[in-house]
Design a protein around this ligand. Structure first.
Ligand code: HEC
Length: 143
């Protein structure tokens, strides 16, 4: 006769405890909670559909070929050369570029690749090919 009583007491305790536990659960429906617990990303295994999509997009990059001078400029050079930071010759400013063009393109090429004054080597585009670097210099200097 003792056992059922103990069990009943335990059940009472449990049911009393439930509302308190419910208070600690973050607000929202079960669906909201499930959504919050979703993983941030998923692992793509080569050969699966999601991996195929990734490969396709990098293939597009590769096919796109060398970047134009404008593309390189907009990505790597604009930060300094648009406003003329630290005396950088400004994009398309004939006045800024005249004395530099006078040195000759070879000299400008050299200083751009090695860095000059406040400009880091290759104007921070370390991955630029020679052609891309030249296109960027042409684009900004009008040379
Ligand atoms: C962190 C700022 C900064 C970035 C980024 C930058 N430059 Fe410059 N650049 C300068 C400054 C400053 C000068 C002027 C240096 C001097 O004369 O002392 C300069 C000068 C130049 C010159 C003239 C060189 C000469 O011999 O007179 C060229 C050409 C040039 N930059 C090309 C580029 C290209 C191309 C990029 C992007 C791929 C680039 N720069 C990115 C700051 C920058």
């Amino acid at each position: 006769m003792k056992r059922p009583l103990t069990l009943a007491a335990a059940i009472v305790c449990l049911s009393l405890g439930l509302p308190a536990a419910a208070d600690r659960v973050p607000p929202g429906t079960d669906d909201d909670i499930r959504e919050r617990l979703e993983p941030l990303g998923e692992v793509c295994v080569v050969g699966s559909d999601c991996a195929a999509a990734t490969v396709a997009s990098s293939a597009v990059d590769a096919v796109a070929g060398p970047r134009s001078g404008e593309e390189v400029y907009n990505r790597f050079c604009f930060a300094c050369h648009t406003a003329g930071v630290a005396g950088a010759p400004k994009l398309g400013s004939a006045e800024d570029w005249a004395p530099r063009l006078a040195k000759g393109m070879d000299a400008m090429w050299e200083t751009t690749v090695t860095g000059l004054g406040a400009m880091p080597p290759k104007g921070t585009c370390m991955a630029c090919t020679d052609d891309e670097m030249q296109a960027a210099i042409d684009y900004m200097s009008g040379g």
